[in-house]
Design a protein around this ligand. Structure first.
Ligand code: NDP
Ligand code: OXD
Length: 308
């Protein structure tokens, strides 16, 4: 019975050292080394091999090394093989940091000041209080809730939106399509932390931007596929949106010359809002292997019908 890791090899070497110390009885291989493929019961991958079950005929569990699973073709996975996404404190903490940085950057007009600095212009923009600003998070899962908790001490009016109803102290929670307009109307800064599914592809589009307060800011830390790029450019041009922080794009990396690279109102980072941390990820995976061995539900088990 063995475990194969198929993602960034440098981090794979860290996984190898951690697993050798914590579970020396569990043979571990970093792709393209698989050892005896018939002995592989567990695969931790960012992108699985094309012919997954042909490659690993006795696979029992497929783990995503990331929190998202949109890179997996769920219809190609046999029903008996559970797909488990990564729920681990390293990803959650880094996302809370990045989202806080982005919300504060938009709240304190950083994109406008970066433009002014390049133009050698010394011009003050009136400082608005946090209490006068609404910050809303699309997606109230592991990451969305952690982001809201980290933002709470700043004093923004906080709100969130999800498919099923949540109750989070200090956060105005909205649920479902019927409550989306009321949620958007209160978001001076909107953070997208939805998973990318058939329902959420293209979610950040002109019709949604039109429901935000004029001059709202956008943070997309979900997936590039959530955003209709032309609609963002038009909304920035018209002033409907004031600025955007984008950590994800489609495709990644963006091609040379893409308008996002040099747009004065876009802050762009290369999908680094958060990263799986080997130390905590290996702990999370081993805890899930123990649950699996006991026949219990694993943490982060993906519901294939919902796609997340
Ligand atoms: P979760 O599955 O824990 O949470 C997803 C949330 O989105 C849930 O609240 C869910 O609602 C809500 N949701 C999903 N679909 C819909 C819908 N159609 N309508 C309304 N609400 C919906 O995911 P995580 O918080 O762990 O991660 C979210 C995403 O963040 C990942 O899928 C990934 O794409 C992205 N990510 C980005 C990273 C980066 O570095 N940029 C790093 C890690 C993740 P409900 O609670 O009702 O189910
Ligand atoms: C993830 C990511 O899904 O890094 O974990 O985007």
């Amino acid at each position: 019975m063995s475990l194969v890791y198929k993602a960034d090899p440098a981090r794979g070497a860290e996984w190898a050292a951690l697993l050798a110390a914590k579970r020396p009885d569990l043979p571990f291989h970093v792709w393209p080394d698989t050892g005896d493929a018939a002995a592989v019961r567990f695969l931790a991958a960012w992108v699985p091999p094309a012919d997954l079950m042909g490659t690993f005929p006795n696979l029992e569990v497929l783990f995503s090394v990331g929190a998202g699973v949109d890179q997996f073709d769920l219809s190609a996975l046999p029903p008996q093989v559970p797909l488990v996404r990564m729920v681990e404190p390293g990803i959650i903490d880094a996302m809370a940091e990045y989202a806080t940085m982005s919300v504060l950057a938009l709240h304190r007009d950083l994109p406008a000041y970066l433009v002014q600095q390049r133009e050698e212009r010394w011009k003050q923009i009136r400082v608005r209080t946090a209490a006068s600003r609404g910050v809303g998070v699309l997606g109230l899962g592991e990451l969305g809730q952690a982001v809201l908790a980290r933002l709470a001490p700043f004093g923004f009016r906080l709100s969130g939106w999800s498919r099923s109803r949540k109750a989070i102290p200090g956060v105005a929670c909205h649920a479902g399509a019927a409550e989306l307009p009321a949620f958007l109307a209160g978001c001076d800064i909107l953070v997208c932390l939805l998973p990318l599914t058939a329902e959420t592809r293209g979610f950040l589009h002109a019709g949604l931007f039109a429901q935000l307060p004029p001059g709202a800011g956008l943070v997309n830390v979900g997936r590039g596929g959530h955003l209709v790029q032309q609609d963002l450019l038009a909304a920035l041009d018209s002033g409907r949106l004031s600025a955007a922080v984008l950590d994800v794009a489609e495709p990644e990396p963006l091609p040379a010359g893409h308008p996002f690279w040099r747009h004065p109102r876009i802050l762009l980072t290369p999908h680094i809002a958060s990263q799986t941390q080997p130390e905590t990820a290996v702990e999370a995976l081993l805890a899930n292997l123990d649950r699996h061995a006991r026949g219990e539900r694993m943490l982060g088990l993906v519901d294939r019908a919902r796609g997340y």
